[in-house]
Design a protein around this ligand. Structure first.
Ligand SMILES: [Zn+2]
Ligand SMILES: [Zn+2]
Length: 781
């Protein structure tokens, strides 16, 4: 060959090569662009619906729900795929999984050749990626289907990394019946999470998809073991596992059979499933404690069935972590006759007296009261609202402590009026009371007696603030890194003072039939009974736990025998005795800004000149009131004690000094009507011109802001009556600022009112005055 020819030939070869390369590049680029186009036109159908799984605090599955297509398909998280599981699945299904782009060209070729020569079909042609593609979009086995699957496999590899594809595979692979994925299979066959499966168990599971109808765990375990051991031998031959590992796996028996999905904490699970968008919801439930409390609740309600009390709910918060560790929605979930599926812990119910501790704590922080402050428990009318006590009796002068222990109504309504209900509502809203937030503009003073809507969850959360020095930390249902919202609801000192009162054992709401064991942990607790005896509450706490108990009927049926003290508290005590038995939990000590002082036992105020009986009382310096008590006053009276004088009108000589107890108008009436003797201050000097400070008479009839309907033809007179202080002997009535009549303080008067709005005024002989407004309507009766 001539050199020229040689050069020419080289040139042509080079040209051809370049052309070939160019063509090859074009094909690749076009192929790639086509793939991208198809990828957009036919997006990967990779939206997989998983069962919702609820786990306990340790991560063990305690409940699960079928997918919308009735499958047990639970999501295996990447960290649940153990190296052992990964290694054995890859060894069995797809040895080159980590090296091929979704299709194993060599294996496809080998399979094609074998098919052409009508040899036996071999497994292994399908990569794990191809199997995922097939599971996502099941098709009949045709050539076209094979092409579509290949495209899907490439799409999968384009979108996901290898571990994610393996995860998809493990989540979608069928394991017989309606079980899909390794997680559901390991739970339902082996009662464990996939990361705890042994080599023998993994191998047994991995052969099921090959023949799901004949290889059924629990029915054909022998056949499965034979097949399993054949694969284990294969692993040994391929050198995937050591000889020892294989020998152990082969020796392992197979005793599995299909079991049911657990359905613990049914009410909370359902709630969390609705609340959360994730497939696996890790609750804070401590299953051991939960099951004990469920049993206690069920057994306890069984003893109340005779009284027709059928339902109960319990919420337990761990005070150190603020996690909800137990949650019982009803006494028996599967009880259909009494609505066992209703969640009593989240149901909106009237709280009875359970909000009173919050009221007094807030009042302490406002400087309005301390534990020994004396309040009056006497009949009173707040603009037409006349609350009564539980026993319809009135106790007269009582301390805050006594009022809370005995859950007296009038002192609490008065305290709420003094504090301002909006302040109380604001705090409750901050502590996540949802119904109260909705109703805040409709609520009146009666809310402190239970005239509002709350849930056991909310109330238990609120009481956990007492256990936590006044700091409310939103209780956590779901396991998460950070803590929930925090609100300092009241001061540590207020929390301590209320806890001191609520932890006394000798009190009227101690359950009648309870014989406390000596190991019962010390707790503070408050009971409540709603209007109509529909709800019995008892919520208790110590440093370890806050436990909320509700007992009643979901039907709303009231029961004469039902009360917070005797119906709910025994269960509360049983629960504390069980979960906190013999605990050495230390008790609360006074915070640094909570100090002791001496106060007058008649008023709870710092002692005045004449106060003799002193008692010690907690107070908060610079917050608590420092008003001196003047329950005894020195009064200048005439020598015959028939007249009293003030500084203005006292004569130069001829008077004597006497000590008198000052009694408030409403209290005087209480003493009077209960036949309790007291000494009145003589009538004031009629010649005196001084105007006295202080409260005027309390008009007890007619009632302020009330409409009165009067018969036009035969108008009945309205009664005029008032309560006065014990230094009053005469009162004066005015109607629309016109003088009507004078009378002695206790005397009742009558008048026939004119139609329209009327201003009624009553002035006492010290010039102290009170006005009310009424509306009179004339009607034909
Ligand atoms: Zn005093
Ligand atoms: Zn005077």
């Amino acid at each position: 060959m001539s050199p020229l020819f040689k050069r020419l030939q080289q040139k042509i070869t080079k040209k051809r090569l370049l052309l070939a390369v160019k063509r090859f590049v074009i094909v690749i680029v076009c192929g790639f662009l086509l793939f991208l186009l198809l990828n957009i036109l036919f997006p990967l159908p990779d939206k997989v619906e998983y069962s919702t799984i609820i786990t306990d605090a340790k991560g063990e599955v305690v409940n699960a729900y079928l997918t919308p297509d009735d499958k047990w398909r639970m999501k295996t998280e990447l960290d649940e795929i153990s190296p052992l599981l990964r290694k054995s699945i890859i060894a069995k299904e797809d040895k080159y999984f980590y090296y091929h782009p979704g299709i194993n060209v060599f294996a496809v070729g080998r399979a094609a050749v074998k098919n052409i020569f009508r040899m036996k079909r071999t497994s292994g042609a399908s990569t794990i990626t191809m199997q995922v593609a097939r599971a996502l979009e099941p098709r009949k086995r045709t050539v076209w289907a094979k092409i579509a699957e290949t495209f899907r496999a490439l799409q999968l590899e384009w979108k996901y990394d290898k571990d994610e594809i393996l995860q998809l595979y493990l989540n979608l692979v069928p394991y017989g019946g309606n079980i899909e994925g390794v997680k559901a299979a390991s739970l339902l066959y082996f009662k464990k999470n996939p990361d705890h499966l042994s080599l023998a168990e993994i191998s047994a599971l991995s052969i099921i998809p090959n023949r799901p109808s004949s290889l059924v765990i629990g029915k054909n375990n022998e056949g499965i073991m034979k097949e399993r051991n054949r694969w284990l031998q294969q692993f040994a031959d391929d050198g995937v596992f050591t000889k020892k590992e294989i020998e152990d796996a082969i020796a392992e028996p197979l005793q599995a059979s299909r079991t049911e999905v657990p359905h613990y904490i049914p009410h909370l699970s359902y709630k969390l499933k609705k609340l959360s968008s994730s497939h696996t919801v890790r609750s804070n439930i401590v299953l051991n404690t939960q099951l004990k409390i469920e049993k206690l609740t069920e057994d306890y309600i069984r003893t109340l069935k005779l009284k027709n009390i059928n339902n109960a709910a319990v919420v337990v918060i761990d005070n150190r972590t603020h996690k909800i560790v137990s949650y019982v929605g009803s006494a028996q979930f599967f009880d259909k006759t009494d609505g066992g599926q209703v969640n009593g812990a989240a149901a909106i119910r009237q709280p009875g007296s359970t909000l009173k501790p919050l009221l007094y704590a807030l009042s302490i922080d406002e400087g309005l009261i301390t534990p020994k402050t004396v309040l009056s428990d006497v009949p009173i009318n707040f603009n037409g609202y006349a609350p009564e006590n539980y026993d319809q009796k009135f106790k007269g002068a009582v301390t805050v402590e006594y009022a809370l222990e005995h859950s007296l109504n009038i002192p609490s309504v008065q305290s709420l009026r003094q504090l301002g209900k909006d302040k109380m509502i604001q705090k409750l809203v901050a502590c996540d009371f949802k119904q109260i937030q909705t109703d805040q503009n409709k609520l009146g003073l009666s809310m402190i007696l239970g005239g509002c809507g709350t849930t056991l969850e909310e109330l238990t959360g609120l009481f956990s603030a007492f256990a936590n020095n006044g700091l409310y930390v939103q209780p956590q249902f779901i396991n998460s890194k950070g803590e929930g919202k925090k609100v300092q609801v009241f001061s540590p000192s207020a929390a301590f003072m209320i806890t001191e009162i609520l932890s006394k054992v000798n009190r009227p709401d101690f359950p009648i039939n309870w014989t406390a064991t000596e190991h019962m942990p010390k707790i503070a607790w408050k009971t409540g009974t709603s209007y109509g005896r529909r709800d019995a509450w008892s919520i208790g706490y110590n440093k370890n736990y806050t436990v909320g108990v509700w007992v009643g009927n979901f039907s709303g049926l009231g029961i004469a025998d039902l009360s917070g003290a005797n119906t709910a508290t025994p269960l509360l005590f049983k629960i504390f005795n069980t979960i906190d038995y013999d605990s050495n939990s230390d008790w609360y000590t006074p915070p640094k800004d909570c100090e002791l002082r001496q106060v007058c036992n008649e008023t709870g105020l710092t002692p005045g000149q004449y106060c003799n009986n002193l008692i010690s009382d907690y107070f908060i310096p610079l917050t608590s009131s420092t008003t001196n008590c003047n329950h005894i006053q020195e009064v200048k009276v005439s020598a015959d004690s028939s007249l009293s004088y003030c500084e203005t009108c006292a004569p130069q000589t001829g008077y004597i000094r006497k000590l008198y107890k000052v009694i408030a108008p409403e209290m005087q009436d209480h003493l009077y009507s209960n036949g309790i003797a007291f000494r009145s201050i003589p009538a004031h000097n009629p010649a005196c011109e001084k105007i006295f400070k202080g409260d005027g008479p309390i008009i007890t009839s007619p009632l302020n802001s009330t409409e009165y309907y009067v018969n036009r033809k035969n108008p009945e007179p309205l009664q005029l009556s008032a309560n006065t202080a014990n230094d009053v002997s005469k009162i004066y009535w005015y109607v629309n600022n016109e003088f009507y009549k004078a009378s002695s303080a206790k005397e009742k008067q009558f008048f026939v009112p004119k139609e329209g709005p009327l201003r009624i005024s009553c002035t006492d002989d010290k010039g102290r005055n009170r006005n009310i407004m009424i509306t009179v309507k004339y009607v034909n009766m």
